[in-house]
Structures are given as C-alpha cells and as structure tokens.
Design a protein around this ligand. Sequence first.
Ligand code: SF4
Length: 353
Amino acid sequence: MAVENIRNALLDWYDANARSLPWRLPPGSEKRPDPYGVWLSEVMLQQTTVAAVTGYYQRFIARWPTVRALAAADDGALMSAWAGLGYYARARNLIACARAVAGEHGGRFPDAEAALRTLPGIGAYTAAAIAAIAFDRPATVVDGNVERVVARLFAIPDPLPDAKPLIRQHAETLTPEQRPGDFAQAMMDLGATLCTPRAPACGRCPVSRWCRAFAEGDPARLPVKRPKQLRPQRQGIAYWLEAEGKVLLVRRPAKGLLGGMMALPSGPWTTEEPGLDAAPLRTDWKIADEAVSHVFTHFALTLKVAMARAPARPEVSGIWHPISELNHAGLPTVFAKAARLGLASRQKIMGGV
Ligand code: SF4
C-alpha cells in the first residue's frame, strides 16, 4: 500500500477541511496548541460527542484558564461544573492530574507518551493524543473513528474488540514523522465526517483509491463488531424530601459511581425491587407515578422517586438546596432527571404547592 500517498492525500485534505474546534489551531500552524487545552478536551471527549463537549470546554477554560488554576479549584465546584457530562471518574481524575502536573511537573505537561501515562486518568489513547497534537510527536492515536478508518483502509475482517491490536499495528505503519499532530487529527476528522459508521462518503474521500474496503464494494460492513450483550437492569429509589422551599441533597461518597457529585439521597441500585430502607427520614413517603430511566455503561437503571414534605427542616445529614434553584445544583444527568420528575410531581403527590 502506498503509505506515503495516503499520508500526503490525507494531510492535503485536512489542510482544506479540518474541523474548527475550540481546542484546536488551524492546520499547519507555526504554534502548537496549549497542552492543557488538548488534555482537557481529550478527557472530555472520551465517550462523549464534540457537540456535548464544546460548551463545557469553553466554560472550563474561561473559569480555569491554566492547569495551575484547575489544580487550585475547589473539588465540589469542579464536580458541579462537570455535572451532566457523565463518566464522573474522569472529573475526579481531572483534579488529580491537574494537581500532579502543577505539583510534580512545574505546571507543564510532559511531552512524551510514557511520562504522560504516569499521570492520573491518562491512558494510552490520551497520552498519544497529547503527545501528537500538543507536541507534534509521532504518536499513533487510535480512537473509535480512527479504528473504523483503519479497519476499512486495510479491510480487516476480524471483529472488534479482538481486532484492536491488529488495527493498531496497521495504524502505526501510517503515522508520519512530518506533521504527526495534524495527521492524527486528519484521521480523526476523516472518521468523524466522511468515513462514518453507516454511510461512508467514499466518493469524497481523499484516500479512496488506496482503500481496500472501498475496492471490495461494501465498506460499511467494517469494522465487524461482536454483538453487544444486553445491559442488566437495576432498580433504585431517589428521595425527594422538601421543607421550607428547599429540597435535601447529598454529596455522594468520593469513590464509586457518580462519586463526589451532588445528588438526591438514594439507596443502592440492585436487581431487586427496592424498599424504603435508605430513606433519609421515617415518614409517609409517596412514590411518583412515573420513574426515571437512565442508561449507564454497564447497566440500565429504573429510578423511582419517593416524595415527602416536612413542615420544618428535619435534622438529617445533607444540604438543603432552594427548589427554585435546582438547575444550578450541579446534579449529574440521572439525578437532574429525578429532580425534574420530583418538581413535576410535587403538586399532584403532596398538594399545596
Ligand atoms: Fe472510509 Fe470510504 Fe474513505 Fe475507505 S474510501 S476510508 S471506507 S470513506
């Protein structure tokens, strides 16, 4: 395969068609992008779309413009700013990584993959992305988009995820010494804009003449994926306890799912029908008619909302938050849904609002 031709064609295409993203500089720029911004965007983009990330990225950069500023951030403020973006372990690692860079690396990100990988929350992919994009190191960056492009270019028939090592080997053969940062982003952009999962736009693709899957006539069949296993179902109850115009919130324990995030009080989420054992108070709880459905990576949750109103704020642990300002409570999506259900149901369930 004409590796050099592929590289050149892809870089030419990127020069004319690069996506304009807030954490990027235009192709061929003399300057490199700020490693802090590259790192922040790459962490946010893990399992999350560009559209969902853009606003969060801009707010983070405006509030914490440097890694030192982020390292000095209050944990709770950062977790609240992350609320809604999901995969909250990333936010906890973000704080830990910023503090490691500020404390152990003089506020500068290392420029080599191996050193980057020693930092909290930076795995093989993110290390390669930072090394290539921020430091123009010839690192091979393989995300889901690149995996698809490479599987098609080389017509790799093995199913994912078993095919990952083979895909990486082929991807490494393409990584150039010249402009590796732009090349990595060109591969990502090709996968995101033309070489899409269901309907690749091969007619406009700069590397179609070297693409084996295109030559074979059915590129959309690649990469082959092993059928997904059904997600297990879990059930739980969130508690809406209100008093004097405020609702009880808690900060979840630092470790575990949604760790460190603000939430409505909630018991364990299990396969069993939940009881009211985890209620913050013994009282006459009423269950809202509807329930919240939410899908996590490893399970799907049905969350009921138990509701009660106390005449005065009872002595319970947690934070009383004004009901009228729930939008600003920094709730992760599942609890934001539960809070919306609570708000919509309180008149019917408890009356007198
Ligand atoms: Fe993807 Fe089609 Fe380009 Fe091959 S020719 S890389 S399948 S868009």
